[in-house]
Design a protein around this ligand. Structure first.
Ligand code: DAH
Length: 333
C-alpha cells in the first residue's frame, strides 16, 4: 500500500509537470476528485486495522496535500508567465482618476489673474461681519431701503453673514493709505430661496481703486479690459446708469454675448447682451467712513459674481448645477 501511494504521488507530479494551464482543471478532477486513486485509498481506510489506518491514513493525506500544492503552484506559474512573458507595450495605459478645481474656482482664478496682471493686490475679509462694515459704512444706515434688497442672515448678537464682499473695501481702506488697488474674492450669503439664478451662498469679487485723479474713464477702461480678457477680444461693453448706495454715479455693465456675438440667442435671451457686474465711483460719504478725504482722493469700485461669469462663459442655465454635487456635470470642466 505504501508503494502504491508513492507511485500515485510520483505519477501525479509527473503529469502535473507536463500539463498546460487548460489541462489543469481536468487533471485536478482526475487526481483529487471523488473517483481518484487517492480518494479510493482514503475511503478504504475503514476496512483496515487501527495501526494500518493510522499509517496509511497519514501517508495518503500527505500525498493528497502534496498533489494539491503542486497543482496550485503550477496554476500560479501559468498565470505569472502569461503576464510577465508577454507585456504589450503598445496597450493603452489605465487612466487614473484625477480631480480638478471646481469650475467656479477656475473662473475666480482667471478673474484674479486679470487683475494681478493690472497690478492689483488681493485682500480678504471675514464672512461674519458687523452691521457697520456690511451696511452702515457703505452708506446704508438702519432703515435704509437698500437693506431690504439684501435678504440678510442675522446672527445672534447682531452680526450678519456678509451679504456682499463690499465690506472688505472699508476694512482695507481703514488700514491702508491710498493709492489703493485691490480685488477681494470670497463667499457671500443671502437668505434667499434657491432658483435658477439665486442661491443662499455664492461668491463675489470686489474691486476698489483709490488715488488722486481717478475718474469714471479709469473704471470704464479697466472693466473693458476685464470683459475682453474673460469673454474674448471682440467683446463689446455697454454702461447703463444704475444705483448702489456706496457709489455715485453707479453703472451696471453689460457685455456683448460671446456665443452669438451680439446677434441674439438663447443664452442672452435674444438681446445680444449679458449683465456682467455692478460698479461706480466711490461715494464721498464712503470715502469719509474709510478715513479718506474726498476733496483729495477719488475712487471707483465694482462687484462681480464668479458664478454668473462661469454661467455666461459655459452657458449653464441654472446656478444650482454648481453647488449641488454632480460629478458628471463637474467632470466636464
Ligand atoms: N455689492 C454689490 C452687490 O452685492 C455689487 C457692487 C456693485 C459692488 C457696485 C460694488 C459696486 O463695489 O461699486 O450686488
Amino acid at each position: 500500500m505504501e508503494e502504491r501511494i508513492k507511485k500515485i504521488l510520483s505519477e501525479a507530479k509527473n503529469s502535473i509537470g507536463k500539463a498546460t494551464e487548460k489541462d489543469l482543471d481536468d487533471l485536478q478532477i482526475k487526481l483529487l476528485g471523488r473517483k481518484s486513486e487517492i480518494n479510493e485509498i482514503l475511503r478504504a481506510l475503514g476496512t483496515m486495522s487501527l495501526s494500518e489506518k493510522k499509517k496509511i491514513g497519514a501517508l495518503a493525506n500527505k500525498a493528497r496535500q502534496e498533489i494539491e500544492l503542486e497543482i496550485e503552484s503550477k496554476r500560479g506559474q501559468a498565470q505569472g508567465s502569461e503576464t510577465s512573458g508577454s507585456i504589450d507595450l503598445t496597450a493603452p495605459g489605465q487612466n487614473f482618476a484625477v480631480g480638478h478645481l471646481h469650475p467656479v474656482t477656475q473662473v475666480m482664478m482667471e478673474i484674479l489673474d486679470v487683475f494681478k496682471s493690472l497690478g492689483y493686490e488681493i485682500a480678504e475679509g471675514p464672512e461674519v461681519e458687523d452691521d457697520w462694515y456690511n451696511f452702515e459704512a457703505l452708506n446704508m444706515p438702519p432703515e435704509h431701503p437698500a437693506r431690504d434688497l439684501q435678504d440678510t442672515f442675522y446672527l445672534e448678537g447682531g452680526n450678519v453673514l456678509r451679504t456682499h464682499t463690499s465690506p472688505v473695501q472699508i476694512r482695507y481702506a481703514e488700514k491702508n493709505k491710498p493709492p489703493i488697488k485691490i480685488v477681494s474674492p470670497g463667499r457671500c450669503y443671502r437668505n434667499e430661496n434657491e432658483d435658477a439664478s439665486h442661491s443662499w451662498s455664492f461668491h463675489q469679487i470686489e474691486g476698489l481703486v483709490i488715488d488722486h485723479d481717478i475718474s469714471f474713464s479709469d473704471l470704464k477702461g479697466t472693466l473693458e479690459v476685464l470683459a475682453k480678457a474673460l469673454l474674448g477680444e471682440e467683446t463689446k461693453t455697454r454702461f447703463r446708469p444704475s444705483f448702489f448706495p456706496y457709489t455715485e454715479p453707479s453703472a451696471e455693465i453689460d457685455a456683448s454675448c460671446p456665443h452669438c456675438k451680439g446677434i441674439g440667442c438663447r443664452s442672452c435671451g435674444y438681446s445680444g447682451w449679458l449683465e456682467l457686474l455692478g460698479s461706480g465711483m466711490v461715494h464721498p460719504e464712503v470715502l469719509k467712513n474709510m478715513g479718506i478725504n474726498p476733496e483729495k482722493y477719488a475712487g471707483f469700485a465694482f462687484g462681480l459674481g464668479p458664478e454668473r461669469i462661469a454661467a455666461i462663459k459655459y452657458e449653464i442655465p441654472d446656478v444650482r448645477y454648481f453647488w449641488h454635487p454632480n460629478i458628471k456635470f463637474l467632470e466636464q470642466f
